[in-house]
Design a binder for this molecule. Structure first.
Ligand code: NDP
Length: 263
């Protein structure tokens, strides 16, 4: 009988969440910090918001450090890992959450719309995961959770860039998972449906039709997404790898709901 006790991270180690200045990332940082391990709060531009995440973690009794890093810039990715390692030790939990939209009908989608979304939502994960794996391999423990979207498996008009990035993210998740599973490292994705954050504040039709289109009749809270991420990041989830956990209030399970309109 093999030893199936969950493998645990080293005492001196930390979690890193990209895009944790607000929204889903901030909720994930808060949730992960509750396990007692320090969290690095990554952000691109909004230092004050990142600091608010740090303060929320500290108020809850946890430890956090905000580090500016644009995930589209390789040297920034290097720097955020360096900062994490010198403050708290190796990153054994990596949450790739930073993401942007730049919606446009495909025929009008300019290279900038395409490139910024692919670079932020997908290429960044290539950068962070490659940087993270050596230390996780050495620790014989690693948890990587990539934040996808239900739009990785279905679509809407105007989101070809975003849907392509999120579909690619799921493929990357599976591919890396099968390569590193033997080293105690798991790689999974969480695919939210609609979550009330800044990212979707301007998508009026989504919010209007959410009650009708989503079987749960509401958007998710960031904390509901964070709870699922925290499970996948836990030592107890060591046998879950290469999978995508959909968290969408039943949206992608439903064939048709009367009143669901995407106009
Ligand atoms: P928000 O717009 O609220 O937050 C996005 C975060 O990403 C911010 O912290 C922002 O930092 C950061 N960020 C953006 N670009 C970069 C970059 N280049 N480098 C580093 N950080 C960056 O988004 P959500 O919380 O809603 O989204 C989080 C994730 O969840 C995304 O991957 C998104 O695609 C996914 N998702 C969201 C859904 C929703 O309905 N909200 C549904 C499905 C998936 P700063 O403030 O400093 O710019």
């Amino acid at each position: 009988m093999p030893n199936v006790a969950p493998l645990r991270p080293p005492d001196e180690s930390c979690s890193l969440v990209t895009g944790a200045s607000r929204g889903i990332g901030a909720a994930i940082a808060l949730s992960l910090a509750a396990t007692g391990r320090p969290v690095v709060v990554g952000y691109r531009a909004d230092e004050a918001a990142a600091q608010r995440t740090v303060e929320a973690v500290e108020r809850a009794g946890g430890k956090a450090l905000a580090v500016q890093a644009d995930v589209t810039v390789s040297t920034d990715v290097e720097r955020i890992f360096d900062s994490a390692e010198s403050a708290f030790g190796p990153v054994t939990v990596l949450i790739n959450n930073a993401g942007v939209r730049s919606d446009q009908i495909f025929s009008a989608m300019e290279p900038d719309d395409w490139n910024v979304v692919l670079d932020t939502n997908l290429n960044s994960v290539y950068r962070t995961v490659r940087r993270a794996l050596p230390a996780m391999g050495k620790a014989r423990f690693g948890r990587i959770v990539n934040i996808g979207s239900v739009l990785g498996g279905r679509s809407l008009p105007g989101v070809a860039n975003y849907a392509t990035a999120k579909a690619g993210l799921e493929a990357l998740t599976r591919s890396v998972a099968v390569e590193v599973a033997r080293r105690g490292i798991t790689v999974n994705a969480v695919a939210p449906g609609l979550v009330e954050t800044e990212l979707v504040r301007d998508v009026a039709f989504l919010r209007r039709s959410a009650r009708a289109a989503i079987p749960a009749r509401r958007a998710a809270t960031p904390a509901e997404i964070a709870a699922c991420v925290s499970f996948l990041a836990s030592p107890e989830a060591g046998y879950v790898t290469g999978t995508t956990l959909t968290v969408d209030g039943g949206l992608s399970a439903a064939a048709f709901l009367p009143g669901a309109v995407h106009d």
